[in-house]
Ligand binder design. Structure first.
Ligand code: PEP
Ligand code: MG
Length: 753
């Protein structure tokens, strides 16, 4: 490929010939035979062979030019077996001058390949998944040059798409080939947001349409690519220079992006692919497929993280190419979104009325993406290993977030059973709706106040429907997470005003910004930390950067316009932090008054109890506060030293265990003794069995995701608090690591659940 012009013409005409051969008439086998012949001739190779992955994952020789034709459909290799199996396993090319000397070489006499020394094989990748292997061989020892490897990779990519996308796929010859996943499959994952849904797959990162693989005009395509790369680079540079919003960009993350975006290797791979006849979009997919295949297997978290950056960069580049970076995607009416993982804000880019469910390959139940899913009442199952490679856009799929499973391409009987369960669920929802105006009293007459957690505009629409008596936790950082830029004073004031208007006479507890940890903002400077959950987050950031916190307090006071105001500080770890935060509130009230603005008619300032340290200093803290709220999500994370966002450990320890419940009991008792109002606003308050325990421990204010209110109210109405208290008091003396089963038995015995 010394003369680029000739190479391009050669490559493009090769791709065209392959396309014509595949599209032509005649039996499928004949067409594949022709394809390998064309490739062999074009690459000046004595052998060209195509292996395809069968349903059992074996690789079968499908067509060959140069090897013994009787080996076709006879020679089979396991993944990892022989050089071809090795390519399949690694998902990347092998280029050898003397193949028989390679340790993975496996001799198959039926193929008659002993005289061939030079060997180059590349995987046929679709969406990062190898569906076959394409090999060329030559008799004499030689190393194929980089251009030749690149050429064969492009041919392999186009071939993969053409074979999978053409009518060949449905023909007898390819019927056992695992081109696209097609069998029903059930995957076991973890339940992130309760519910059931049936719909069709929508990929968060959709693959490029096969119809747009080959460009008609290379020069024009090169310009499109160069323009898109330049605008991507400019965008990232601009973000890095902190021109978005009031504060500097998150340097570390963006700097990595910048490094990749300007990386010559990445740019050159894209340019080469376009020069060889691919569209810019197809070039992005080709390079992405290779990175995925290469880095996806990496165990090293650093490398996996880099893959994540690259994925993001590829997505950004595709958006620049399509020129509609911010346009919301058009969804089918029953969309089930599939992603490896999602940031908390990603979900909000989709049309809520059409998004029926969410399936994630990774993630954790306590992550903020899962919290947003619960807030939006979108059933979500996560930690579904290998999910992304097992589905295609448009596949029917079931989200069973009652059991934590996903059914891919479910059989009719499974769909029928699901429909029946959906009906039961709807009946249950109707029962909860009937309870909406019934106050939540236990059977023995204790009032339990059920409140809603919120954080988004959409939450306000459903406040009335849930029967919640107020908003016990308004996560103000959500507004920041969904914004492109730092929301300014007016935008903050407007949102808080809308929340108070929607709540009317009901109280709203505004939690000040809880950023950091897994809640990172692209426009807010955050240093990379080894332990973000233990790092510079929430009130720590607020006190160190008081301008941001004061602006927010000012917006809250302005929005209250003389109405009552409740403010709560997150992750207070010692009393001095609370004192300092409270002083900022007083300062802002005085500031407003000096300007003749109305102070809130009643001001209550509270602390979240999320850091275990406070449990042993409640005697000092409680007298300073007007109320406290227990953030069990974080409290449990710190109590058990288990990162709530890390799937390996997030669910390792049970809330319903003596240490956790004793901690909660101690907090409740200290609050009762000092007469400090206390609520629980972690996710556990929205689960009937956990809520049962909280009621038993004496908590009478529970704030939860909207979907929890109906089921928890039903539990409260059926519960005898005194009996529950006696039972739970005895159980928390247990020496067991978890007392979930015992508590469940107790709750059933007294008919609470
Ligand atoms: C908590 O930690 O329990 C809590 C309610 O806050 P968040 O989940 O937003 O951290
Ligand atoms: Mg918290």
């Amino acid at each position: 490929m010394a003369i680029p012009g000739v190479a391009i013409r050669g490559q493009r005409s090769l791709l065209r010939q392959i396309r014509e051969a595949l599209a032509g008439g005649g039996p499928a086998q004949q067409r594949l035979d022709m394809v390998v012949r064309i490739i062999a001739r074009s690459m000046v190779a004595e052998v060209c062979s195509l292996y395809m992955r069968g349903a059992s994952n074996d690789l079968e020789l499908f067509a060959t030019e140069g090897l013994d034709p009787t080996a076709v459909h006879v020679t089979r290799l396991k993944p990892g077996e022989g050089l071809v199996g090795e390519i399949m396993r690694l998902g990347r090319p092998l280029n050898l001058s003397d193949a028989p000397n390679h340790p993975a070489f496996s001799y198959r006499p039926e193929t008659g390949e002993d005289p061939f020394h030079a060997f180059m094989g590349v995987p046929l990748l679709r969406g990062g998944r190898a569906i076959g292997v394409l090999v060329v061989q030559n008799r004499t020892e030689r190393v194929y040059n980089d251009d030749e490897v690149e050429d064969l990779q492009i041919v392999a990519m186009v071939l993969a798409e053409m074979v999978a996308g053409s009518e060949l796929a449905s023909e007898g010859a390819l019927k056992n080939v695992d081109l696209v996943p097609h069998r029903p499959e059930r995957l076991k994952g973890a339940k992130f947001a309760d519910g059931l849904a049936l719909g069709v797959v929508v990929l968060h990162e959709p693959p490029v349409a096969t119809s747009k693989l080959l460009s008609d005009d290379v020069a024009a395509e090169e310009i499109r690519l160069a323009t898109a790369i330049a605008s991507l680079q400019a965008q990232i540079d601009e973000m890095l220079e902190g021109q978005h919003g009031l504060v500097e960009a998150s340097y570390e993350v963006l700097d990595t992006y910048r490094m990749f975006a300007h990386d010559r290797g990445w740019n050159r791979s894209l340019e080469d692919a376009v020069r060889n006849g691919l569209t810019a979009e197809a070039a992005v997919e080709r390079v992405r497929s290779e990175h995925r295949a290469r880095l996806g297997q990496a165990r090293d978290p650093y490398l996996r993280e880099r893959l994540h950056d690259l994925e993001d960069l590829n997505d950004r580049l595709l958006r620049h190419l399509s020129g509609d970076g911010h346009k919301a995607r058009d969804l089918p009416p029953d969309a089930i979104l599939i992603a490896r993982n999602l940031g908390p804000a990603d979900l909000l880019e989709y049309d809520r009325t059409k998004l029926k469910g969410l399936l994630l390959e990774e993630g954790s139940a306590a992550s903020h993406a899962a919290i947003v899913a619960r807030a939006l009442d979108i059933p979500c199952v996560g930690r579904l290993a290998g999910l992304r490679d097992k589905v295609s856009e448009g596949d029917p799929v079931i989200v069973d977030a009652e059991t934590g499973e996903a059914y891919l391409r479910p059989r009719p009987d499974v769909i029928k059973a699901l429909r029946a369960r959906l009906e039961v669920r709807q009946q249950r929802q109707a029962e909860f709706a009937k309870l909406r105006d019934t106050p939540a009293f236990t059977r023995d007459g204790h009032k339990i106040t059920l409140l809603m957690n919120a954080g988004l505009d959409v939450d306000l629409d459903i406040l009335g429907e849930t029967g919640a008596e107020g908003i016990g936790l308004f996560r103000t950082e959500f507004q920041f997470m969904v914004a492109e830029e730092m929301p300014r004073f007016n935008a903050q004031t407007a949102l808080y005003g809308r929340v108070m208007d929607a709540a009317g006479d009901m109280a709203v507890t505004f939690r000040t910004l809880d950023l950091g940890g897994d809640k990172v903002l692209p426009y807010l400077e955050a240093e990379r930390e080894d332990n973000p959950a233990l790092g510079w987050r929430a009130i720590r950031m607020g006190l160190d950067r008081p301008a941001l916190l004061r602006l927010q307090l000012r917006a809250l006071i302005a929005a209250a316009r003389g109405r009552p105001l409740r403010i709560m500080f997150p992750l207070v770890a010692n009393v001095d932090e609370f004192r300092a935060a409270r002083a900022l509130v007083d300062h802002e009230i005085a500031w407003a008054q000096r300007r003749g603005r109305a102070a809130p008619s009643r001001l209550e300032v509270g602390a979240m109890i999320e850091a275990p340290s406070l449990i042993w200093h409640l005697d000092a803290l409680l007298p300073m506060t007007d109320f406290v709220s227990v953030g069990t999500n974080d409290l449990m994370q710190y109590l058990f030293a288990a990162d709530r966002g890390n799937p390996r450990v997030a669910d390792r320890y049970d809330f319903l265990s003596p240490p956790a419940l004793r901690a909660l009991q101690q907090i409740q008792q200290a609050c009762a003794e000092t007469g400090t109002p206390v609520s629980v606003c972690g996710e556990m308050a929205g689960r009937p069995l956990e809520a049962f325990v909280l009621v038993a421990l004496g908590f009478d204010r529970l704030s939860m995701p909207p979907a929890g209110i109906g089921p928890v109210k039903q539990m409260v109405l059926a519960c005898d608090r005194e009996a529950a208290r006696r039972g739970v008091s005895a159980l928390i003396k247990s020496s067991a690591g978890s007392i979930r089963n015992e508590i469940e038995t107790l709750a059933r015995k007294i008919s609470a659940i």
